[in-house]
Write a protein that binds this ligand. Structure first.
Ligand code: FES
Length: 107
C-alpha cells in the first residue's frame, strides 16, 4: 500500500489509484479558494489540481501535457495534475498557492 505524505498527513491507497480521488477522499485541500467549486472535476482541463510530486507515478499523458503547457502553468513546469496521475508508490505531494496551484508558497 503506497503512502502519500501531504499537508502534514500521511494517507494510504492502492497502487494505480487516482491521486485526485485519494486526496479528496482523505479531506486534503487539493484546491485553493474558489477552485474548490470551480474545477473540471477531474477532466484534466482546468489545471487547478496542480501539485508537486516526488515519487513514482504514472507517466504524463497528452491531455495533462497539453493543459500544463498553458498559462498560468507553462512548458517548463514540474507540476502534475492530480486528476491525471495514478499512484505507483510512496509519494510526497505539495500543493502550492494560487488559484491553479501555480504559486511558490506551499499551502
Ligand atoms: S481537476 Fe481540472 S485539471 Fe484536474
Amino acid at each position: 500500500m503506497p503512502k502519500i505524505s501531504v499537508q502534514g498527513k500521511t494517507v494510504e491507497c492502492a497502487i494505480g489509484d487516482n491521486l485526485r480521488q485519494v486526496l479528496l477522499q482523505n479531506n486534503i485541500d487539493l484546491y485553493n479558494g474558489s477552485a474548490t467549486v470551480i474545477n473540471c472535476h477531474g477532466l484534466g482541463t482546468c489545471g487547478t489540481c496542480a501539485v508537486e510530486i516526488q515519487g513514482n507515478v504514472s507517466p504524463i499523458g497528452w491531455r495533462e501535457k497539453a493543459r500544463l503547457s498553458l498559462p498560468p502553468h507553462g512548458a517548463g513546469t514540474t507540476r502534475r495534475l492530480a486528476c491525471q496521475v495514478q499512484v505507483m508508490g510512496d509519494l510526497q505531494v505539495t500543493k502550492f498557492d494560487g488559484f491553479w496551484g501555480q504559486g511558490n508558497q506551499p499551502v
